[in-house]
Design a binder for this molecule. Structure first.
Ligand SMILES: [Mn+2]
Length: 799
């Protein structure tokens, strides 16, 4: 069966009151309001502002601490013709901040800027640089940096300089003694929004200068603000949402010659509109490439360029630098993956701590985020510096606070900083293994569920709630990105119609929703077994709702994130397929001695769990979903912190153990595991018969089927007659004398399999019952007792 690959985490708000909200004359659907409420935007007023962002909703910049002081300093400087130096940072946020402030202040003041070199100068204010430049300025304004430059600013103050810090990094306990510190994350800040980027803070300073009377055309620079904000991975809510929304619109028709050329060279000019994705993955990396590999000043000259020829030259160089960076990045990721897959001990760890002599310090962060994304494990990637010191960068998963974990290792770390999701650090190489050990010990204390990939679901929808208008209104929530992801919906019980594969190697697949309205359901990353996919009948899906225009006709499309077959049908399908495997094996079945398994034997063993009876499979699937199911085995797996994955997700992630209810499919995976654990007698005997060389033990969870009996009697006749008459038989067929639904299904499928083995008919299982495709003519009397199915039953009979 197709089983969900991720945990489905449902956000559902209680006490829902609908609001009457109109935007451009359209009444906003309750589903959209629910999505926003689930995301913590609850007041009617805030919802309206969110759905209809406007420049006028930007906060008053004078709410920022010290901003008045900063404004006074600038006005005074204009009066006395003081010289200003803007000190920035080499990343995209730093460069856009520097450009924004520089190009505006230079209209009023003799202004220069300095962007440190990532490798020569390092991050932040650098004392040597300041000493070298100290005769060239009277006022220093930092952008995207400065909040922890205590010593450097003290030096400047001793030299009689005026210092304004604008920054958005988390302040430490002690603040520098600057003349003004503008940072919405200051502990004493009363500013309504914390998550501005460096460029956002610089923008607020200009905003205040404009309100104080300087002639500054702010709206012309929103594209710059949007780039820095999105590239610096700031959440696209509140003011950032306004910057992103209007900035991206402006960017499409930008008047900045450099950006225009960069967009052209990067192949974005033909796009109808630019999205945060284009900044995060195309424009941002190109601007960043300069700083990562060579010098960020190249990016700055692009933004400042006023010649088309020169701008194009720089854009091409940045594009080239980006290509180089991509190559280095891909090589690093491949090498890291190789370390993981070649070393099974690492694969079993909760946190991957990896290092290499050859990795480039500029890309370990990106490589770490790719590794974390792929394996759903926090990861730290280190590279060696000259002095036997390892420098690294790490990323985490939801629910595991990387910064807190590193705090617990602080005595062996040289330096570390960051937050919940990402961190940078350095360590003496002798302590590397110890760090790995401590971090993994910490991770072991977390509930194993957080290490299972999850998808957050905004809302459960039924098909009849979905129409063109609802899908159009989903687009009102754009721009999507960090902090404001595209909403995901769970739609249950979709009937699969006209399933087909697309693309090379069946990379994509598509089907229609068969219930009334026919929507396209599309999956762009097929990670499933193809024979399982084509037999899907009814599914639950997690998806995004999209509108597709093709030849000016509109098609609504559900873009799949995860899919799960109707579980009870999936379980029946697996049982039916296992009986097919029995048939294919023929009559050469042997009965094997039972070898019982002790849970302690599973410790440190990589196991394949398998089961035959539907109630056991169902229990296991519930356990995989994270539901409470009581038994010794699950309790043991919980306590061990082990993560089990369903065999249908094998192509995507790598966990400790596998649950494989399709016994024929164990063949392809058993090499990678130490042990097969059968959870009932039939699966034990079947595995033993199929894979003689494998180590198989039984941990019998079955209590139901102790007295199960299969006889060639009236029941068999009933089934046959009903099938002849109706060509269909339901799973709760009363002609089978079992009150327990599981037993009834098992018996029905046993009988059906015997019919098939003797070539009486050909059938198909559906979610409601068994359908006959064809009856065959009988030439002689059949003896069902001579079937391998019957023989198999004799073998699995208890006692
Ligand atoms: Mn920044």
């Amino acid at each position: 069966m197709i089983f969900q690959k991720k945990r489905w985490v449902l956000k559902e708000c209680e006490n829902f009151d609908d609001f009457d909200i109109q935007i451009d004359g359209r009444k906003i659907r309750p589903q959209i309001i629910k999505v926003l409420k689930n995301r913590g935007i609850v007041q009617k007023d805030d919802i309206e502002k969110f759905l209809d962002p406007a420049i006028k909703n930007l906060h008053n910049p004078f709410l920022l601490n010290d901003i008045k002081e900063a404004i006074n300093i600038v006005h005074n400087a204009i009066l006395h013709k003081k010289r200003v130096l803007i000190y920035g940072d080499y990343d995209c946020d730093g460069v856009t901040s520097t450009y924004l402030l520089y190009s505006n202040l230079k209209k009023f003041l003799p202004t220069s800027y300095y962007i440190p070199n990532r490798f020569k100068d390092g991050y932040g204010l650098n004392l040597d640089i300041l000493k070298r430049l100290e005769d060239t300025f009277d006022i220093l304004i930092t952008v995207d940096t400065g909040i922890s430059a205590i010593n450097e600013i003290e030096y400047l103050k001793q030299k009689g300089k005026i210092v304004i810090v604008t920054d958005h990094h988390e302040p430490k306990d002690k603040l520098p003694i600057a003349d003004a510190i503008i940072n919405p994350k200051r502990r004493d800040s009363t500013y309504p929004f914390r998550d501005l980027a460096g460029v956002g803070v610089a923008f607020k300073l200009l905003h205040a200068l404009r309100l104080s009377g300087l002639e500054i055309k702010l709206s012309e620079y929103l594209d710059i603000v949007a780039i820095g904000t999105i590239a610096d991975v700031m959440p696209l809510i509140d003011e950032n949402r306004i910057f992103a929304k209007f900035g991206l619109k402006l960017l499409k028709y930008t008047r900045n010659i450099g950006l225009k050329k960069l967009i052209e060279v990067a192949g974005l000019s033909s796009k109808e509109e630019l999205k945060p994705f284009d900044v995060s993955f195309i424009i941002g990396p190109r601007l960043n490439a300069a700083g990562r590999i060579s010098d960020a000043n190249l990016a700055m000259s692009l933004l400042l360029s006023d010649s088309l020829v020169e701008a194009e030259k720089i854009a091409r160089r940045l594009d080239e630098e980006n290509r180089k960076r991509q190559e280095i990045e891909e090589k690093t990721i491949k090498e890291a993956q190789k370390i993981i897959t070649l070393n099974k001990d690492i694969l079993r760890k909760k946190i991957f701590v990896l290092s290499s002599q050859s990795w480039h310090p500029g890309v370990v962060g990106i490589a770490s985020s790719k590794i974390t994304e792929k394996y759903y494990r926090p990861s730290l990637l280190f590279t060696f510096t000259d002095e036997g010191i390892l420098k690294g960068s790490g990323r985490s998963i939801k629910g595991f606070n990387l910064f807190e974990a590193l705090k617990n290792c602080s005595d062996i770390l040289l330096k570390f900083g960051g937050h919940e999701h990402a961190a940078g650090l350095s360590i003496v190489s002798d302590n590397f293994d110890k760090l790995d050990e401590i971090l993994n010990a910490i991770a072991q204390e977390y509930h194993f569920m957080i290490f299972k990939p999850a998808v957050e679901i905004d809302l459960v929808l039924s098909l009849n709630e979905i129409d063109d208008e609802l899908i159009d209104q989903v687009y009102l929530l754009e721009p999507f990105g960090v902090g404001n992801p595209e909403p995901t919906f769970l739609i249950k019980n979709i009937v699969v119609e006209n399933f087909r594969f697309m693309g090379e190697d069946n990379k994509y697949y598509k089907f229609y929703t068969g219930n009334g309205m026919k929507y396209d359901v599309v999956c762009f990353s097929n990670l499933e077994d193809e024979d399982e996919l084509v037999t899907m009948k009814k599914v639950d899906i997690v998806c995004k709702l999209e509108k597709n225009m093709f030849n000016s006709t509109r098609r609504n499309q559900f873009n799949l994130i995860d899919i799960c077959e109707n579980i009870s049908f999936g379980v029946i399908k697996d049982l039916y397929n296992n009986l097919k495997t029995v048939r294919q094996k023929g009559c050469s079945f042997k009965k094997f001695e039972i070898e019982t398994c002790n849970l302690s034997e599973l410790i440190d063993k990589k196991c394949i769990f398998t089961a035959f009876y539907p109630h056991i499979v169902l229990d296991f699937l519930k356990f995989l979903k994270g539901e409470e199911v009581q038994n010794d085995l699950f309790e043991f797996l919980d306590n061990q912190g082990r993560i089990v994955q369903h065999q249908s997700s094998l192509k995507e992630v790598y966990f400790d153990d596998i649950f494989a209810p399709r016994i024929d499919k164990i063949e392809s995976m058993k090499e990678d595991f130490d042990l097969i654990v059968a959870l009932d007698i039939p699966s034990y005997q079947l595995v033993k018969n199929l894979y003689q060389d494998a180590k198989v033990l039984i941990f019998d969870l079955d209590k139901k089927f102790k007295d199960f009996n299969l006889q060639i009697n009236d029941e068999v006749v009933n089934v046959y007659k009903t099938l002849r008459d109706c060509e269909f038989i339901s799973y709760n067929f009363s002609g089978i004398n079992e009150s327990d639904p599981f037993k009834r299904v098992v018996k029905l499928l046993f009988i059906l399999s015997m019919f098939e083995e003797k070539n009486l008919l050909c059938s198909e299982v559906t979610h409601e019952g068994v359908e006959v495709k064809e009856f065959y003519k009988l030439s002689e009397k059949v003896n069902l007792k001579q079937t391998s199915i019957y023989k198999f039953f004799q073998i699995i009979k208890k006692g």
